[in-house]
Every structure is written in structure tokens, then in C-alpha cells.
Design a protein around this ligand. Structure first.
Ligand SMILES: Nc1ncnc2c1ncn2[C@@H]1O[C@H](COP(=O)(O)OP(=O)(O)O)[C@@H](O)[C@H]1O
Ligand SMILES: [Mg+2]
Length: 231
């Protein structure tokens, strides 16, 4: 069965620059299926981060529908959106968004604390995810003591800890050398295989598209399919 994970219909977004209004997303339409790894390639400023934030419920579109795992985000208030962000969709920011004053364990634990999960369940789940991601032994280090590749893995672990159906990764390889970039992309493939997660990766590096199931391009706010898949 092919289950739709993300549906974008006629999505528009603009920002104001003084008196000027700039359209950042223009009539974006897309369907991402459960368990697909999607690559969105486009130059800097083309609207990739804005698109991910809209799917994550971190930004609202001016117009159009965003449906994630059956939830129409337009119909949710801020509490509803934060519930979605804590259970269904996880966004990994480009700069990882780790808190340097917390340990690796505490960083990964944070979404569960916010979700009100009890201490024993948190301990179990965080340990499990840290092991899965291959960071055991580094739980009590602070992110500043880790390499770029390890920091990216912590950010992925923190995103995975809530068992999301949709994982959104913003330029996950931008700060890594090619060997570490390959490792991160292999990890995304494993996550898809093990948890049937839909993974949307935005990148300005076309080489990353080798590792995805389906590629799209973003140019000046318009999304286009490069390798359409027939279902
Ligand atoms: N919060 C914001 N306020 C104003 N302009 C923004 C904001 N976020 C993004 N933009 C503008 O929208 C355009 C697209 O940005 P972004 O989605 O970050 O593109 P990309 O991730 O492809 O580099 C850019 O011109 C950027 O300056
Ligand atoms: Mg960006």
C-alpha cells in the first residue's frame, strides 16, 4: 500500500523586504510517500529552507494546503502544531541546532522532556537511539567536543527520538567532507529501511541526489520533479 506522507497543494509564501514583497514559494505542489527518500536540489535562496519549515509546521504558508500524515496543518493552532512537531515530523536545521551547554544525551532527550515522557522511558528511548546512531560512549560529552559528522548524528538522533514518520533534513551534508557526507546519506537510507520514514533532504550539492529515491529541483520558489516515479 502506498501511503501519502506529505501533500503540498498550491503553496505560496512571501516575505516583506521593506515595502517590497518577495515571493519565496510560488505554487508549490508535491506528494511524498511514506518511506520515500526525497532529494530537493536548488541554489541558495531558492526557498528550500522555507519549504521544509512549512512542512514542519514552523512557518505558515500564505496560501495553499499542507497535509502531513493526514493532518491539515492549516487547521491546527500553535498547540496542535507543536504536537505534530513532537510526534509526526522532525526538522533538522542546517546548523544542527544543538545546545552546547547540554550533553549529547541531554540534547537527544530534549524532545521527550518537552513531550512530557517519564524519566525511565526517556532513559530507555534515548539510549536506544544513541546506540542506533552509533554514538554510544559519547553520551556524556558536550557537542563542542565532537566532530562535524558526530554533531550531525546527534542532531539526527534528536530528530529520531520521537519516532517521526517524516524527517526533514536541511543541507545535512553542507558542513561535512565527502566521506562523512556519504556516511550521513547511508544513515538516512538505513532509517528509511528500518522505520519506513519519509525523509526529505534539501541540498545545494547535486552529488547527494545519487543517494535518494526521487529528486526534485527548486528554483526561485518553484518545485519541479527531475525523476518522476510511477506508482
Ligand atoms: N524569515 C524571513 N524573513 C525574510 N526573508 C526571508 C526569511 N526566510 C527566508 N527569507 C528569504 O527567502 C528567500 C529563500 O530563503 P530560503 O528558504 O532560506 O532559501 P534556501 O534555503 O534555498 O537558501 C531568500 O531570499 C531569503 O532571504
Ligand atoms: Mg537554506
Amino acid at each position: 500500500m502506498h501511503e501519502v506522507a506529505v501533500l503540498l497543494r498550491d503553496v505560496w509564501k512571501s516575505y516583506k523586504f521593506g515595502v517590497e514583497i518577495v515571493n519565496v514559494l510560488k505554487n508549490v505542489n508535491a506528494v511524498f510517500m511514506r518511506g520515500e527518500v526525497i532529494g530537493i536540489h536548488g541554489p541558495s535562496g531558492s526557498g528550500k529552507t522555507t519549504l521544509l519549515k512549512i512542512i514542519a509546521g514552523l512557518e505558515r504558508p500564505d496560501r495553499g494546503e499542507v497535509i502531513v500524515c493526514g493532518y491539515n496543518l492549516n487547521l491546527l493552532d500553535e498547540v496542535g502544531l507543536s504536537m505534530i512537531r513532537n510526534s509526526i515530523v522532525s526538522y533538522i536545521p542546517q546548523d544542527y541546532g544543538l545546545i552546547d551547554s547540554l550533553t549529547v544525551f541531554e540534547n537527544v532527550e530534549l524532545p521527550l522532556l518537552i513531550a512530557g515522557v517519564d524519566k525511565l522511558s526517556r532513559l530507555r528511548r534515548v539510549s536506544e537511539v544513541i546506540k542506533y546512531i552509533g554514538l554510544n560512549g559519547k553520551e556524556w560529552l558536550r557537542p563542542t567536543r565532537l566532530s562535524g559528522g558526530e554533531r550531525q548524528r546527534v542532531a539526527i538522533a534528536r530528530a529520531l527520538v520521537t519516532t517521526p514518520s517524516v524527517l526533514l533534513a536541511d543541507e545535512p551534508t553542507a558542513n561535512l567532507d565527502w566521506n562523512n557526507a556519504i556516511k550521513v546519506m547511508e544513515l538516512f537510507k538505513d532509517i528509511k529501511k528500518d522505520f519506513n520514514t519519509t525523509i526529505v533532504i534539501v541540498t545545494h550539492d547535486p552529488r547527494i541526489l545519487e543517494f535518494v529515491d526521487r529528486s526534485l529541483t527548486m528554483f526561485e520558489g518553484t518545485l519541479k520533479e527531475i525523476t518522476p516515479k510511477t506508482y
